[in-house]
Design a protein around this ligand. Sequence first.
Ligand code: GLN
Length: 541
Amino acid sequence: MGETKYIFVTGGVASSLGKGIIASSIGKLLQARGYKVTIQKFDPYINIDPGTLNPYEHGECYVTVDGHEADLDLGHYERFLGIQTTKANNITTGRIYKSVIDKERRGDYLGKTIQVIPHITDEIKRNVKLLGNKYKFDFVITEIGGTVGDIESLPYLESIRQLKWELGRDALCVHLTYVPYLTAAGELKTKPTQHSVKELQSAGIQPDILVLRTEHELSSNVRKKVALFCNVDENAVVQSIDAPTIYEVPILMQAQKLDETILKKMGLPVGDTPGLGPWRAFLERRHKAENTEPLHIALVGKYDLQDAYKSIREALSQAGTYNDRKVSVDFVNSEKLTEENVAEALKGMAGVLIGPGFGERGVAGKFVAIKYARTHDIPTFGICLGMQCIAIEFARNVLGYTDADSREMNEKTPHNVIDIMEEQKSITNMGGTMRLGAYECILQKGSKAYEAYGTEHIQERHRHRYEFNNQYKTEYEAAGMKCVGINPESDLVEIVEIPKLKWFVGTQFHPEYSSTVLNPHPLFVAFIKASIESFEEKAKK
Ligand code: GLN
């Protein structure tokens, strides 16, 4: 196609309007036209990466195949586009400054005074273009975190202004705003949008396309008004109305010809509108599934916040669709779980998912949930810390090591079934001792995991410090918990399961990160399938 085209997605008026979904939808529509597309997120905060951010503040930490702890929007990009993102797809102000300061210390600037303009902005621009230059993408979509008007966004806006000036038609800005509805006046209000566009204009950026988030249909008068007051073509004012599912958004955008408008503005041929067949088929199946009796899955964890387990929730709901069933994910706060209330808390649950996490808080409740699910043969899926808890619970209540623990929870535990392993150090790839990113795993034929994947050789993403302690492997296996997924390089145990039970699987890795709309994760699909079957069987009895 020639030169890489750059699309910037900015946001105004309020945060949480769904810039990530709009960026993903634009990406999806361009990809469907045969273009090679990637999406990147630039976050104006000073942390080097979101790895150390509290899930309460920033939602889940997503992990890329190359072991980067990333913003959760990268999960949307992967789920929508079916692509794999990398460290280069997520930049923060902290990374930009670190790189500039490192260069300054090395003397690269030859004694110059280092300033926000041009040094920080040049570094931002270099990073915007990095992926496009290296992999020859047709389109690089850059989502700018935060809201226009924030002090920390200014260097990003200045960089976009310069890039738009330098690249001409090869760069374009899509600005997302919010149009509130005043019930008392019975009116949609465009003033906040006008102000937000003024804010962008004062940074020297004229947005090319406006996407207006709204809870009510926008009349053509409202669109005309916004177009006139914001210097934007009328057909470049697009509404983004609340949809029953975020996966509907690409279809809603296509219906308003958002992709066509982008192509025209960038001087590209428009051609035929893609049918989006598989995507529409998914939506149709999902729509039917959503009208079924909900299947309740308990998500046992300590973060009582939707976004904290974003990828797990998405993976469960996708797996529901592919099993033609609505899945209701019911959060069960493990901090409140006790032997006395567990039966009540898990009543009506078809399956139990034991979530990942760090630290001791809420772990005792996870043991309680696991014991209940194990002894009542409720399909159970433990992820990362969830798998480690499955192993500890088994050691305590089946192997008879009542004091079994993980070295993370209890430094001096005599039976550290979950430990930091010596061999782990040799395969650690990044910061500290954390095992991060994709690792290989060999599955044992005949296991539930093998049955789900249908192949022996898999690769999954990790994010943890502690490991199953192989000293205890033979004992576990003799007592009925099998180690069915093994890392071929290090011999570390990646998957445990109890074959005697209906579906009881724990994975040291995070399968949720690689579940996409068109390729749901096989373990999640198998877990939901087993949950449906076992629930129906129990109902018959
Ligand atoms: N805290 C555990 C570890 O570091 C599990 C981490 C996780 O669940 N991602 O090994």
